[in-house]
Write a protein of this length. Structure first.
Length: 88
């Protein structure tokens, strides 16, 4: 699963996108579960944050940080100090 993260933290409004690849071997809930179940959604968002770190997927970009925005299907979630907050 490939997920786009808008790198907005640190007032970075350049529109830069970091593509985070979740490994195929990782069990992921269905799209229906992610969209309708808070626990499934949080599980996937936490994996996106983890695999968005350069320790897991080194890139010539900074790691996913607080203030960045995860695009998950048709929804957006801002990385918060603790967890994620949906952007309406």
């Amino acid at each position: 699963m490939l997920v786009e993260v808008e790198l907005r933290a640190f007032r970075n409004d350049t529109g830069q996108i970091r593509n985070v690849e979740l490994p195929n071997l990782l069990y992921l809930p269905s799209r229906f579960a992610i969209e309708n179940d808070e626990e499934s959604r949080m599980f996937v968002l936490e994996k996106i944050w983890m695999y968005g770190q350069n320790d897991f997927q080194p890139k010539q970009q900074r790691s996913v940080s607080v203030g960045d925005v995860v695009r998950l299907y048709d929804r957006k979630f801002e990385v918060a100090m603790l967890g994620f907050e949906e952007i309406k």
